[in-house]
Design a protein around this ligand. Structure first.
Ligand code: UFG
Length: 339
């Protein structure tokens, strides 16, 4: 049985559908801070499977212990955490407290109940402005520019230190690049709170008429068209990366070990290329204007994905057009449901 903390969130919910469809038993722990209980219903509808859900805060050790007492947990995928970059700058203590506390509670509880396999949701943000592009896992880390990024960086170190001294513990750290898109059913997807910060939700909300115009932050970067380049990856490819990481973790006797994998496509697309692909694949025009650079944006960020291909046998399959079509299908569903 696999415990997903934050399993009702964007990446957690998509991973839950794949785990269930691959025959895994799943338990979800989520406080619905960044999601809603109807996500659980839709995971059930997509998979036709029954699974347990605990409405708990992962920082609450007593509540967490109950899950381990009542279920034969074999491995944990730790998605839970705050993720709004701007908010992390405004409220650093809230971000450090929640993201680090929940991880420490989880580690202590896993240790108490002898659960030794952990997969952690990290982020390409730990690389900051990498001197090496495409970015390999060995690139320097620790040049984060906001408390959200630092919280991921610190947790990576906490996990590595813990696995180093625990002969039974094995950890996989997954560094996500830019997850976008939604489940092919259109029933689950990303639900930003308020005005979206990320590019794809802003594009789909502009296409839906919720936003008037997209601001493209910066057109004088040293890239092929002057706009920033990112490694956008379909959330279902990302979910599949977790299944491959889990199989790797459960199949290897690499105790006392931490492995880090980039999850990206290895291809970089500029903001203008994303807009164009969205327009071509959906037939909807996106009005946009150029605006000043956004603080903290790096010109180029895309993954070297060879390690995941070699050790996990995983690589992404879906195209940028697939990502746009699925993101738009989800946006249309939200419009119909008044979400
Ligand atoms: N952008 C715009 N207009 C918008 C929103 C974004 O032009 O309205 C641009 C940004 O300036 C950037 C690109 O689109 O050039 C991508 O921006 P996102 O906010 O979608 O993604 P980021 O690359 O900034 O950040 C994402 C995640 C982080 C993660 C990081 C890892 O949001 O959580 O990738 O690289 F840390």
């Amino acid at each position: 049985m696999i415990l997903l903390t934050g399993g009702a969130g964007y990446i957690g919910s998509h991973t839950a559908t794949l785990l269930l469809n691959n025959g895994y038993d799943v338990v979800i722990a989520d406080n619905f801070y960044n999601s809603t209980p109807d996500v659980i219903r839709f995971i059930g509808q997509i998979t036709g499977k029954v699974f347990q859900v605990y409405n708990i805060d992962v920082t609450d050790k007593d509540a967490l212990a109950q899950i381990f007492i009542c279920n034969p947990i074999e491995a944990v995928i730790h998605f839970a955490g705050y993720k709004a970059i701007g908010e992390s700058v405004q409220h650093p203590v809230k971000y450090y407290r929640n993201n680090i506390d929940s991880t420490l509670s989880l580690l202590e509880t896993m240790n108490e109940y002898h659960v030794n396999h952990l997969i952690f949701s990290s982020s390409a943000t730990v690389y900051g402005q990498s001197p090496i592009i495409p970015i390999p896992e060995s690139a320097p880390t620790g040049h984060c520019i906001n408390p959200y990024g630092w919280s991921k960086y610190f947790i990576e170190h906490i996990l590595t230190d813990t696995a180093n001294v625990s002969s039974n513990m094995s950890v996989v750290i997954l560094r996500y690049f830019n997850p976008i898109g939604a489940h092919e059913s259109g029933l689950i997807g990303e639900r930003p709170n308020g005005v979206p910060n990320n590019l794809m939700p802003y594009i789909t909300q502009t296409a839906a008429g919720i936003r008037n115009i997209l601001h493209v932050f910066g057109n004088n970067y040293p890239t092929r068209d002057g706009t920033c380049v990112r490694d956008y990856i379909h959330v279902m490819d990302l979910a599949q990366g977790h299944i491959s990481a889990l199989e790797y973790l459960l199949g290897h006797r690499n105790h006392g070990n931490t492995e880090i994998f980039n999850l990206g496509t290895g291809k970089g697309y500029s903001v203008l290329e994303v807009i164009k692909t969205f327009e071509l694949s959906t037939g909807i025009k996106i009005p946009f204007i150029f605006a000043p650079r956004r603080a903290g944006d790096v010109p180029e960020c895309y993954a070297d994905v060879k390690k995941a291909a070699r050790l996990l046998g995983w690589s992404s399959r879906k195209t940028l057009a697939d990502m746009c079509i699925d993101a738009w299908r989800w946006q249309e569903f939200c419009l119909k449901q008044h979400i």
